[in-house]
Write a protein of this length. Structure first.
Length: 199
């Protein structure tokens, strides 16, 4: 029997990906508030340092500058982001060949049947993945592992940035009780309102 049993779906989500890639490419930008989107006049991505100042995606650049006068504003380099994305996914494939690229900065992976090959607890799998991406790419990622894609995606958001959460069957109800329905992947505002109305 596989040592991971039914807790085999992994979700990896890069933290502040576009801004993170810019900081990885230019280490002098690490620790500084960085945003991309100079070419559009609107923020496409913000580093966690910028987010801490209330600067987020979709904000006009002139509004962002009011919040932070020494904000680093860069044009988006989608070619670099795409290359970093493929590197991240290739690292994930070292753990399992069953990888589904969901977007440029996140993917699902199925660890079914990999327990005996990887020969370590799920907590170690998540930690090794985070550490490898950090060491080889200079980026942080958050990892969630659970029974379904929805639960694993919920888990990867739980301890952002650079965190990991493993949710096994016996703790699913606890997690769901403390999670607002609107935060569950796939449930939009209209559906959330209907479900909340029904308790």
């Amino acid at each position: 029997m596989d040592t991971y049993q039914d807790c085999t779906l992994l979700h990896v989500d890069a933290d502040g990906f576009f801004a993170g890639v810019e900081q990885a490419l230019n280490p002098a930008l690490r620790g500084r508030p960085v945003v991309t989107g100079a070419e559009r006049g609107i923020i496409a991505a913000a580093s966690y340092e910028a987010k801490a100042l209330g600067i987020k995606r979709g904000l006009q650049l002139h509004e962002a500058k009011k919040l932070c006068t020494d904000l680093v504003i860069l044009p988006s380099d989608y070619e670099a982001y795409s290359l970093y994305s493929q590197r991240m996914f290739s690292i994930l494939r070292r753990f399992t060949p069953l990888v589904e690229e969901y977007s440029i900065d996140e993917a699902f992976a199925d660890l079914s049947g990999c327990g005996d090959v990887l020969n370590c607890p799920l907590e170690n799998v998540a930690e090794q993945l985070r550490n490898t991406v950090s060491a080889e790419m200079g980026l942080t990622v958050s990892v969630g592992i659970s029974l379904t894609k929805t639960l694993s995606k919920l888990c990867s958001k739980f301890r952002k940035p650079n965190g990991q959460t493993i949710l096994r069957r016996e703790h699913v109800q606890i997690m769901l009780k403390r999670t607002p329905i609107a935060k569950v992947w796939g449930i939009g505002p209209a559906s959330a309102a209907k479900l909340q109305a029904k308790g």
